[in-house]
Write a protein that binds this ligand. Structure first.
Ligand code: NDP
Ligand code: PYR
Ligand code: MG
Length: 544
């Protein structure tokens, strides 16, 4: 049997399934191919929601949603957009972590594009194979540091896929104009190299002499084919991600979500935490567990608050203490520090503090920020020690997925007797403690990258600047009222993500014009322009 070239029921971008009305069924030759009842998008969505809830595991729900997307994109995004709080933990952290780990076993159909070492020299030609007319946004990973789960190689594809689903649902990028990419540079994880279902190239990671030219060729090809595209670097290990960002941030329109997106969202949470504890920035002592891409990105962004308070960089750095896998980072520790760590290395320690507990005892921090990927590393002893010296401790356990969080919300509230301001990278349910309900904040870059990316794309920004990142953080912070921050709430509800992303986009675009970064002629009304560009999942030419 020959398949029809434009068989709409097998094309997720145009398929409406039972949503095709009788006129469309007649015109498209679908009569007899669908059950008789014509359904509205809402009716289809109700059924899909009931199917979603019938599964026993989150991985099954993840697979269900991605298969739905592969059948009917409009229905998928309609369902997702209207049930974001319920479905976010499935398409994104924590479930996406498990989906990546099992990517080879659960593989059903391909999404996105893969460029491997053997493709060197052919990447531009391969891009012509991408079926969509245009691409506005690419999320690219090499799978080398997927959440806190380590080097997953090609299995990391779930992350670009999930991030782009948020770009669509959260900000309104058009789904057909998004492209998830994996640069397959091998994997150093033996388990995957030996796994018969592993789908990537089966070799250890390629050396830098091959890695950087591969990424360079990919970027040159992408900007050659789609000159206005924005590229988000995602979950790339810290031996490469800083170098890539430095190399390309002033060459192309790109940003690194783990460094800059995380920096922005945690700056936002920190602004509101400072409002909540009512202690000026210069009185804060911040201990970071983890000095990688996220930890450094966050500290760099929080530095802007000191700058605004008229405090010099040199003075401001004295408010930061970084702990990595070897202990407190000092200039006298004796190991070779990366340039990022050097800026925050303490010069005032003649003795070495090896553990986080020792550092907390020594520093008596007002804030403890976990971006280490090490689950449970904020122990009861550490948090209780901190809480002895601070009225309202700021406890951010930001590592993903949930199993890698430095502590749980329940632990943080219990160990601080309900006094802490808490945020985590993956969601925790509200906690009942001593008759009070505490709603933990989710300090996750998902609040920032959709609006930031939309802004950069809509105004055709030349580059993503630090000022645009800081503007995004402040705009997000402004969504929480004074009365709310006093109760410990530091992030707005996720159900408002469209409104949040729209406002972030407007403010970031204003900043881009102010800085001369926007290349699109300035419109009469930025908000109208942004809204006119946002995709809303609905059936066209239907009575639905
Ligand atoms: N909430 C959010 O929005 C985001 C959360 N994250 C999460 O943050 C975590 C880290 O990400 P990222 O910074 O990119 O990762 P990196 O690999 O770049 O950095 C990890 C850091 O943690 C340190 N570390 C590792 N083990 C220990 C240990 N036992 N004790 C103390 N420090 C340790 C490493 O030390 P060393 O330098 O010595 O190797 C390194 O400094 C991940 O779990 C990720 O999911 C990341 C981005 C966004
Ligand atoms: C949220 C995110 O980007 C991370 O955990 O890597
Ligand atoms: Mg990430």
């Amino acid at each position: 049997m020959q398949s029809k070239p434009s068989f709409v029921l097998r094309n997720p971008s145009v398929n409406k399934g039972t949503g095709f009305n009788n006129e469309e069924r007649e015109k498209l030759g679908l009569k007899g191919l669908l059950p008789p009842k014509v359904e509205t998008l809402q009716e289809q969505s109700d059924r899909a929601l009931s199917q979603f809830t019938s599964f026993n595991t989150n991985l099954e729900r993840y697979i269900f949603l991605n298969c739905l997307r592969d059948r009917n994109e409009t229905l998928f995004y309609y369902l997702l957009s209207n049930n974001l709080e319920l479905m976010m933990p499935i398409i994104y952290t924590p479930t996406v972590g498990e989906a990546c780990q099992k990517f080879g076993n659960e593989f059903r159909f391909a999404q996105g594009m893969y460029f491997a070492s053997r493709d060197k020299g052919n990447i531009r030609a391969m891009m012509d194979n991408w079926p969509a007319d245009g691409v506005d946004i690419i999320v690219v990973s090499d799978g080398s540091r997927i959440l806190g789960l380590g080097d997953l190689g090609t299995n990391g594809m779930g992350i670009p896929v999930g991030k782009l689903q948020l770009y669509v649902a959260g900000a309104g990028f058009h789904p057909t104009r998004t492209l998830p990419v994996i640069i397959d540079s091998g994997t150093n994880t033996k388990k995957y190299l030996e796994d018969k279902y592993y789908l990537g190239e089966r070799h250890p990671r390629i050396p830098d002499s091959e890695y950087y030219p591969l990424v360079d060729e990919f970027l040159a090809a992408a900007y050659n084919k789609w000159p206005k595209v924005i590229v988000q670097f995602e979950d790339i290990s810290n031996d490469h991600c800083f170098t890539l960002l430095d190399e390309y941030r002033n060459k192309y329109l790109c940003f690194n979500d783990d460094i800059q997106g995380t920096g922005s969202v945690i700056l936002s949470g920190f602004i509101n935490a400072v409002r909540s504890v009512q202690k000026p920035i210069k009185e804060h002592r911040m201990v970071f567990l983890g000095a990688g891409s996220a930890g450094i990105g966050v500290a760099d962004c929080i530095m802007s608050l000191f700058d605004e308070a008229g405090i010099s960089k040199e003075e401001a750095r004295k408010s930061f203490w970084f702990v990595d896998s070897k202990g407190l980072i000092t200039t006298t520790r004796g190991d070779e520090l990366t340039s990022q760590k050097k800026q925050y290395a303490r010069e005032d320690y003649t003795y070495q503090l090896k553990s986080l507990l020792e550092v907390v005892r020594d520093v008596k921090p007002t804030a403890i920020i976990g971006l280490s990927g090490i689950g449970g590393s904020f122990t009861q002893e550490i948090i209780e020690e901190m809480a002895k010296h601070v009225e309202k401790p700021i406890v951010f356990a930001l590592s993903n997925p949930t199993t890698n969080a430095e502590c749980t919300a329940e632990q943080a509230y219990q160990w601080t007797d309900g006094r802490c301001i808490f945020a985590s990278g993956s969601p925790f349910k509200p906690v009942e403690y001593k008759g009070k309900t505490f709603v933990p904040g989710q300090g996750n870059n998902m609040y920032i990258f959709p609006g930031l990316g939309l802004a950069a794309s809509v105004c055709e920004a030349k580059h993503v600047t630090d000022a645009m990142i800081i503007t995004a953080a402040k705009t997000l912070a402004s969504f929480v009222e004074d009365s709310e921050v006093l109760t410990g709430k530091i992030y707005p509800g996720l159900q408002h993500i469209r409104e949040i992303s729209t406002r972030i986009a407007v403010k970031v675009i204003e900043k881009a014009y102010e800085e001369g970064m926007a290349q699109l002629p300035r419109p009469a009304c930025i908000e109208t322009l942004v809204k006119s560009r946002q995709y809303i999942p609905n059936y066209e030419n239907s009575n639905n």
